[in-house]
Design a protein around this ligand. Structure first.
Ligand SMILES: [Zn+2]
Length: 178
């Protein structure tokens, strides 16, 4: 079951595949926006906790859908052009980061997501109070160690392929007139 740690790792992998590496001075900003977007669908847990004390109330509903990914991703991309706290992120990258969460939930857990909301809605069953959610996020992140390791290996693989391509394209010597 991907928790924030696993979703962040999968988000970093998605970003690595979608974009060139950010400049050294912007890496922290990029890490933060990737973390936020890759975990954005689970804000439904916070709404459930605030409104009813039950994090499962709206979980895996509208925020775990293609429509939410497109709308929220494009909105955040638009805001990033004007709000300098954020790095400027392309709409397709922001959408891909949010979708990485929904797809990971669908692939790695038994409970369904609401991918085609509003045509389908699959809310989580059960009850999760504040202590359940905090314990899960803070103390059970180690369960994502496999996802983190796989993401790191794939990121290293993408960087290796990129560096080889770059080396092949670079000319061995420059002509004197250049
Ligand atoms: Zn989720």
């Amino acid at each position: 079951m991907p928790l924030p740690l696993g979703h962040t790792a999968i988000g970093l992998l998605t970003h690595e595949a979608a974009e060139a590496p950010p400049p050294a001075g912007e890496r922290l900003k990029w890490f933060l926006i990737v973390t936020i977007l890759a975990n954005l669908p689970d804000t439904d847990v916070i709404f459930g906790l605030l409104m009813n004390g039950n994090g499962s109330l709206f979980h895996r509903g509208p925020t775990h859908s293609l429509l939410f990914a497109v709308m929220a991703g494009c909105l955040i991309s638009f805001l990033s052009r004007y709000w300098r706290v954020l790095p400027t992120i392309r709409c397709r990258t922001a959408v891909a980061l949010i979708l990485s969460h929904v797809i990971a939930d669908a692939l790695f857990t038994a409970a369904p997501v609401s991918f085609l909301w509003p045509l389908e809605v699959n809310f989580s069953a059960g009850h999760s109070g504040w202590t359940d959610v905090i314990r899960c996020v803070v103390f059970e992140g180690f369960r994502d160690v496999g996802l983190v390791a796989a993401s790191v290996l794939l990121i290293m693989g993408i960087r290796l392929v990129r560096s080889r391509r770059h080396a092949i394209r670079r000319p061995l010597f420059r002509s004197p007139s250049a």
